[in-house]
Design a protein. Structure first.
Length: 462
């Protein structure tokens, strides 16, 4: 399945399904910042029982192990629930046959001078992949057995898939990634050059295993639980977090845009296809493509935070009043003397209107490779805006990220009571309406319609 246009989540739905005592399963370990915290907040407010998993840890010999008692206690405190302590590390980058190299080992000797021409033994990669898949599915079966015993009859179950990533920890790859996502001028590197190399093809396969195929494994492994719950007249829901661009205010209208180059985009499209396949088979699984935020993992992509800042404009446009004004003032307070939010927004408008960026508004070409001019403009704008702040560790994008996390948690939790399809986009218009409504902000500007109502414009740029 290939999406031909971004199908928007159009309304703010109330939770009509989940209640106290139902089971919320976080399928991915909770680390620091991220979208999952917003969804967990909603589950806690309802009084659901929270169950989590762990990816485990690697010991000094690279062997995968469960969490220690101290690590488990810390993780459960962070989650606010019970963790099934069976290691569910996804991906094959650190797996290999006994005495043989792992894929990461195979990259260890590559240098900046040799990586583009290096050839990988794909038969050996397939062996490593088979070992990793068997390891993961065997552990997952153990997790599902434990989970089954934790779900009493008469309960609904919410599975929230949050697994993502998969960049092997090879020195040359970290240098290359730094040049692709942070490099300007002479330090710029083409993302397409990486993807056309064997190293790049290896990375894409590992992204698929971590970000996408784990969703299929989850759906298949929980079939017995799903059958038992549904036979009792209750429901099982699956969600996953996607990224496939976002509709934000550009000029006077909401328009789809994206961060370039989002290398994991191929895996995210595979994730969408897995949800669509499950949906066609009667499994209620939905990928929610969320707006850009800053997380521990997304910080590698310099400039991915820029589309966040026009959320301030959407807050005012979508019936924003006193609370929306307070967010503007809070953001202004983060800027150094002599700089204003208006200055920041002007820089972003200049970027959005640039002829350099126009080709990247093509939805059907996503994910496009980067270009020298695009990288210089995006990364340069990001660096300049960061420099306008009082503290480089307290940014407007940090504050707005927390708002997006709050809103997406509310929107996804409510929509998952009665989802309308396997893939839905959450755009800034709905995020702003959700936040304004949640904070009692109903004054100000006239409310606009959802992005999906502006399909004529989307078709023009898609």
């Amino acid at each position: 399945m290939i999406m031909e246009n971004p199908i928007a989540l159009e309304s703010i739905a109330d939770n009509t399904l989940f209640r106290k005592g139902d089971i919320f399963v976080l399928f991915g370990e909770l680390f620091g910042r991220g979208y999952a915290t917003g969804l967990l907040d909603q589950a806690r407010k309802v009084g659901m029982q929270i169950v989590g998993i762990t990816v485990g840890r690697r010991d000094e010999n690279n062997a995968l192990r469960p969490l220690t008692q101290e690590e488990l206690s810390d993780a459960e405190a962070r989650l606010g629930g019970t963790i099934i302590n069976v290691p569910l590390m996804a991906g094959f980058d650190l797996d290999g046959p006994e005495g043989g190299p792992t894929p990461t080992d195979m990259l260890a000797d590559l240098t900046l001078q040799t990586w583009q021409d290096a050839r990988i033994d794909w038969d050996h990669i397939e062996t490593c992949k088979a070992i990793a898949t068997n390891r993961f599915k065997t552990a997952l079966a153990q997790v599902m057995t434990a989970l089954d015993g934790m779900i009493p009859d008469g309960k609904n179950v919410f599975f929230a898939h949050t697994m993502a990533g998969g960049i092997p920890k090879a020195k040359v790859l970290l240098v290359v990634a730094n040049r692709i996502y942070k490099g300007t001028g002479a330090r710029h590197m083409s993302s397409q050059t990486l993807l056309e190399s064997d190293m790049g093809k290896l990375i894409l396969q590992n992204f698929d295993e971590v970000s996408a195929n784990t969703f299929r494994h989850l759906i298949e492994a929980s079939a017995a639980i799903r059958a038992r719950v549904e036979a009792s007249g209750h429901a099982v829901r699956y969600t996953a977090y996607g990224y496939h661009g976002t509709g934000i205010l550009i000029g006077d209208e909401y328009r789809w845009q994206t961060y370039t180059n989002y290398t994991q985009g191929y895996a995210k499209m595979r994730l969408e296809a897995i949800a669509s396949d499950a949906w066609d088979k009667g499994v209620t699984a939905t990928v929610y493509n969320c707006p850009e935020i800053r997380t521990n993992s997304s910080d590698v992509f310099t400039g991915i935070e820029l589309p966040l800042i026009p959320l301030l404009l959407a807050l005012k446009r979508e019936n924003g009043g006193r609370w929306a004004d307070e967010q503007w003032r809070a953001c202004e307070a983060l800027l150094a003397d002599g700089h204003t939010v208006a200055d920041v927004l002007r820089r972003i408008r200049d970027l959005q209107a640039s002829a350099v960026m126009e080709p990247f508004y093509d939805f059907n070409a996503w994910p496009m490779p980067n270009s020298q001019a695009q990288a210089d403009l995006t990364i340069g704008t990001s660096n300049d805006i960061t420099a306008m702040h009082r503290d480089g560790k307290a940014l407007i994008s940090d504050l707005l990220s927390t708002l997006v996390v709050e809103a997406t948690g509310r929107l996804i939790f409510g929509a998952t009571s009665a989802p309308t399809g396997p893939v839905r986009w959450i755009h800034h218009d709905l995020v702003a309406r959700c936040l304004n409504a949640a904070h009692g902000d109903t004054e100000g500007a006239t409310r606009t319609g959802p992005l999906s109502s502006q399909t004529s414009h989307l078709s023009e740029v898609a």
